[in-house]
Structure formats: structure tokens, C-alpha cells
Design a protein around this ligand. Structure first.
Ligand code: SF4
Length: 442
């Protein structure tokens, strides 16, 4: 995310916005700011925003513009030098960049750059972008970005800082979200509108696929740097799981989209007899609400989540995910004892989390436990910025049919939302459904 102000420091607004974006990455956080002289200051560390970026240190970061990032490692290993924003000197000045997404041709670019003598110090795709910019030979940063964008393929929503100006660039398919908001004295760019709200900015619009936005003393300049793909392909998994429910992502309120997914699921699944719909906190709640409304089965928040433990899906290994889940969730025995319970979740990846939750609900005395998933089965990995595992680890690929998956989960039955149902729930707009269909936009 990024902030530009005509007066006043940018750092505290970036800090606030990073709290709102915490769900997008919990391993590390960073802020880089620049004064009008273009000199950069930075604070980057491992951990949650509150620990990695303590307020008294953030106050030391002066300057009217800056960018920030919360890190969620995908294909790269977690290393301190991978914490973003990434800072470098390029021919156009001191430069900082924060990247959301993954490059599909990163391996080939890395090999080529190393062959040409580039000294790469991280395992991040982001560093490849910086090297391409620095080596472009272009007369200015805009031309260097155009050259770089012609060499990279995949998902990228970038915010950049150079010479005190902000830049934002989104890939031609618009795979990862990126929005522009306005402050009384400047602008904010962020992955989600929840960050604009907390920074006190008014939502203006999405940054378009292939669009470059430059923000400086002369205001906002926008141009179509790259031709947009004929069909946009924003990531549907942002609406299913990743984005915060109070955000508006790709023109849809996330909470409402998830509620519609639950309604569609209930329509496809009609006839199920149960005493209660229990959302798996927190991301299963809107879909459970939709399922309950459409089916008439009462909603009961019988699983309680401790809000002091982070999201389990985006922790980097299974051991930390299992440990964290037991600390995080508990079942209200008095509500589920002797009851036919429908557990509602947004998605299943490996199935380990779902199996543990089914076990917890049975241990609390439920008579029947049915599992309902408000998205289609995930059968393929994501190469575009979400850390889903390889095909063999995905539960759907380890079983011949749905009943066999239900058995592994310990559930009495299992039903997924169909792809058609997901399309209806997301208003029949074009999306990337790659992890559900194996067909990727790039
Ligand atoms: S493959 Fe799935 S997670 Fe990855 S961008 Fe496409 S929809 Fe999103």
C-alpha cells in the first residue's frame, strides 16, 4: 500500500492501513518513506504489524510519501532479506517497491539475470523486477517500467516510491486487487478498501489492469502502460477467502459475495435435515449466514475463536497450523450436544484443519456432523500469489470421490458449491478460477 500527502507525514497513515491489511500477511511488515529530497527511511521486521512496526519507531519515519507491506511468503522461503518493501538505487533515484502477486516466469528471469551477472540477494520475484528496471537502459522510470512490464508475466500489483513520487502498476489481467483512494491532503493506494477506510481516505476507483498511476506534487497521472488482457481475470479466491469481509474487492462487497455463495450452496444442497448451521470462524461466517437464510436452518455460532491467534491457513507449515488451531478454536458443548450440525467453511485445501474441527465438534457431543464448503474443490495449485500446495497435497486429489473425502474428514456428509454456483454468486463476472479448474489466465 502507499500514501502521498501534500503536508504531514505519511508513515502513521501507512501504519494504520497495515493493521487493516494484517490478514494478508503475518510473517513480516515494513514501511519505507521519502521526504521531498527523495532520501528514503525504512523500518522492516518480522512479525505482526504491532510487533514489527512499533508506533514509537514509526514516528521516526518522516516524509510526505511512503509505501508499506505485510509479508505472506508464497513460493519463496522465509528469509529476513525477503521482507518488503525492497529498497535499491536505480538510475532514476532511490527506489522502493512492494509487490503483491507472483511472477510465472520468475525462474527463467532469475537464470537469465544471473547469467548476465546480476547479484541477487533474495529469493523474491520482486528483486527481479528491480533488476529489470535498473538494467533497462531506459531514459526515465516510466519507460523502465514499460520495458520491465513487457518482460514479466503473472500476477503483480505493485506500489513503488522513487524521488518522492508514488507509482502503482497492475498486471494486464488485474489478478491481484489494487484501489485508489483520496485524502483531504493526498492519496492512498491499497490492496483493499478496508485500508482506505482506516486511513480516512475516500474510495475513488480500482487501478485498472495494465494501468500505471503516478502521484506527485502535480496530483494523479494515470495511463494505460500495457494493453489490458481481452478478458480480465481477478482472483476469485480473494472473494472466497483472502480479502477482508468489509472490503469492496473487484467491485463486490466481500461479505455480500460470500453470503451469496452460502445461499447458492443451500439451493444446490436442498433437503438436508439439520438442527443448526455452524460457521467455521471467521471466514466461514458470511457463507453460513447465506446458507441459513436460504435453507431456514438456524445459524448458531457454536465455535468460538480467540482473536489473539492469527490465521492458520497462511502460516508456513502444517505443525504451526495445527498448534495454532487448537489454541484458536473451541466448541460450545451445550449448543451442539445431541444435535445435527452443519459446519460451513469457505474452502478446503489439505483438509487437515477441517478434520480437526470435525473431531472437536464430535468430541463436544454432536449427533451428526455435516461439512459444507462454499466454493468448488481446490484441485490445482496457485502460481499467482496464493500459497496453495502442490496437487498431491490437495485433499480432492487424494480421493476417488466426495464420500471418501467426507470419510477422511470424519464427517457424515460433504458438499461443495459448484463452479456454476460460484459464478452466480460472483455475478457472472470474469475471474481466474485456476485453482478450481486448472485453467489459468497466464
Ligand atoms: S489460481 Fe486460484 S488463488 Fe490463484 S489467482 Fe487464480 S483463483 Fe486466485
Amino acid at each position: 500500500m502507499a500514501v502521498y500527502r501534500r503536508g504531514g507525514d505519511a508513515s502513521h497513515l501507512i501504519h494504520r492501513a497495515l493493521f487493516a491489511l494484517q490478514h494478508r500477511g503475518q510473517e513480516a511488515a515494513g514501511i519505507v518513506t521519502a521526504g521531498d529530497d527523495g532520501e528514503v527511511q525504512h523500518l522492516r521486521s518480522r512479525g505482526l504489524v504491532a510487533d514489527a512496526l512499533p508506533t514509537y519507531r514509526v514516528k521516526e519515519l518522516t516524509g510526505t510519501s511512503g509505501i508499506g507491506h505485510v509479508r505472506y511468503s508464497t513460493v519463496t522461503m522465509d528469509r529476513t532479506e525477503n521482507i518488503q518493501p525492497f529498497i535499491a538505487s536505480v538510475p532514476y533515484g532511490r527506489f522502493a517497491i512492494a509487490h503483491n502477486g507472483n511472477l510465472k516466469n520468475a525462474d527463467a528471469l532469475r537464470e537469465l539475470l544471473e547469467y548476465e551477472g546480476a547479484l541477487l540477494s533474495t529469493t523474491m520475484d520482486t528483486e527481479l523486477i528491480v533488476h529489470l528496471i535498473a538494467r533497462s537502459g531506459a531514459p526515465d522510470l516510466r519507460a523502465a517500467l514499460k520495458y520491465t512490464a513487457s518482460r514479466i508475466e503473472g500476477a503483480y500489483s505493485l506500489t513503488m516510491l522513487c524521488d518522492g513520487k508514488l507509482y502503482a502498476l497492475r498486471d494486464p489481467h488485474g489478478i491481484r486487487p489494487l484501489v485508489l483512494g483520496e485524502l483531504d491532503d493526498g492519496y492512498v493506494i491499497a490492496s483493499e478498501t478496508c485500508a482506505l477506510n482506516i486511513a480516512g481516505a475516500k474510495f475513488i476507483r480500482e487501478i485498472l489492469p495494465g494501468e500505471l498511476v503516478e502521484i506527485g506534487p502535480d496530483g494523479v497521472k494515470a495511463e494505460q502502460l500495457l494493453e489490458a488482457a481481452p478478458t480480465p481475470a481477478p482472483c476469485v479466491f480473494e472473494l472466497v477467502y483472502f480479502a477482508r469481509p468489509d472490503s469492496n474487492v473487484f467491485g463486490q462487497v466481500v461479505h455480500s459475495a460470500r453470503t451469496r455463495m452460502g445461499e447458492e450452496l443451500a439451493r444446490e444442497d436442498h433437503g438436508l435435515e439439520a438442527d443448526m448451521i455452524v460457521p467455521i470462524p471467521d471466514s466461514g461466517f458470511p457463507a453460513a449466514l447465506g446458507y441459513s437464510r436460504a435453507s431456514g436452518i438456524p445459524l448458531e455460532k457454536a465455535i468460538i475463536r480467540s482473536h489473539y491467534i492469527g490465521r492458520t491457513f497462511i502460516l508456513p507449515d502444517q505443525d504451526s497450523r495445527t498448534h495454532s488451531l487448537h489454541l484458536k478454536l473451541s466448541v460450545i458443548r451445550e449448543l451442539v450436544e445431541g444435535k445435527r450440525v452443519v459446519l460451513l467453511d469457505d474452502s478446503i485445501v489439505r483438509g487437515n484443519t477441517s478434520r480437526l474441527i470435525v473431531e472437536m465438534v464430535r468430541d463436544a457431543g454432536a449427533k451428526e456432523v455435516h461439512m459444507r464448503i462454499a466454493s468448488p474443490a481446490l484441485g490445482w495449485p496457485c502460481y499467482l500469489g496464493i500459497d496453495t500446495p502442490n496437487r498431491e497435497e490437495l485433499i480432492i486429489n487424494r480421493h476417488p470421490d466426495i464420500d471418501s473425502i467426507a470419510k477422511e474428514l470424519g464427517a457424515d456428509s460433504l458438499h461443495y458449491l459448484s463452479l456454476e454456483g460460484l459464478k452466480k454468486a460472483t455475478n457472472q463476472k470474469p475471474f481466474c478460477f485456476g485453482c478450481m479448474t486448472g485453467k489459468y489466465p497466464v
